[in-house]
Design a protein around this ligand. Structure first.
Ligand SMILES: [Cu+2]
Length: 152
């Protein structure tokens, strides 16, 4: 009986353990969009939803695009006096099965040091980098300068 018992236990563990996927495999980027910019002197913005379809949390550690030298994730906070501030998030965790929305007025992607103007109707590639070194790349359409959402 003992060998069979061990075999059964091993099989149970195999079935119970969810597959561990790389961050770039388990995160789906939904509804990416950007606003057109006036020139390159001010940073650009990008918005999207990052959905973790995996069974493990993932941590975003960076971004990369040839459009901007320093793309980063910003958090937006408003204090008791109503003053809004943005702060750089070095890391952003997405819990298993959860989605994080990067949207106007909330967390967002700031494209610092634009290398060229962001022109309405064009698009660019943005890569989201995860703690395990994998990436998820998405093509981000550039909408009008007054756009408020991906369908505008
Ligand atoms: Cu910002």
């Amino acid at each position: 009986m003992r060998p069979l018992g061990i075999a059964t236990l091993a099989l149970t563990l195999l079935i119970a353990a969810p597959p561990v996927l790389a961050g770039g495999e388990q995160v789906v980027v939904e509804d990416p969009w950007s606003r057109a910019s006036i020139g390159t002197s001010r940073p650009g913005v990008a918005y999207m939803t990052l959905r973790n379809t995996g069974a493990e949390p993932v941590v975003v550690t960076g971004l990369r695009t040839d459009l901007a030298m320093t793309p980063m994730i910003h958090a937006t906070t408003t204090d008791a006096q109503g003053v809004t501030r943005m702060s750089h998030m070095e890391e952003m965790e997405i819990a298993a099965g959860e989605a994080v929305a990067l949207e106007p007025g909330g967390m967002h992607i700031m494209l610092m040091d634009l290398q060229r103007p962001m022109v309405e109707g064009e698009s660019y590639t943005l890569s989201v980098i995860f703690a395990d070194g994998t990436e998820a790349s998405v093509e981000v359409p550039i909408l009008g300068i007054a756009a408020r959402g991906p369908s505008d």
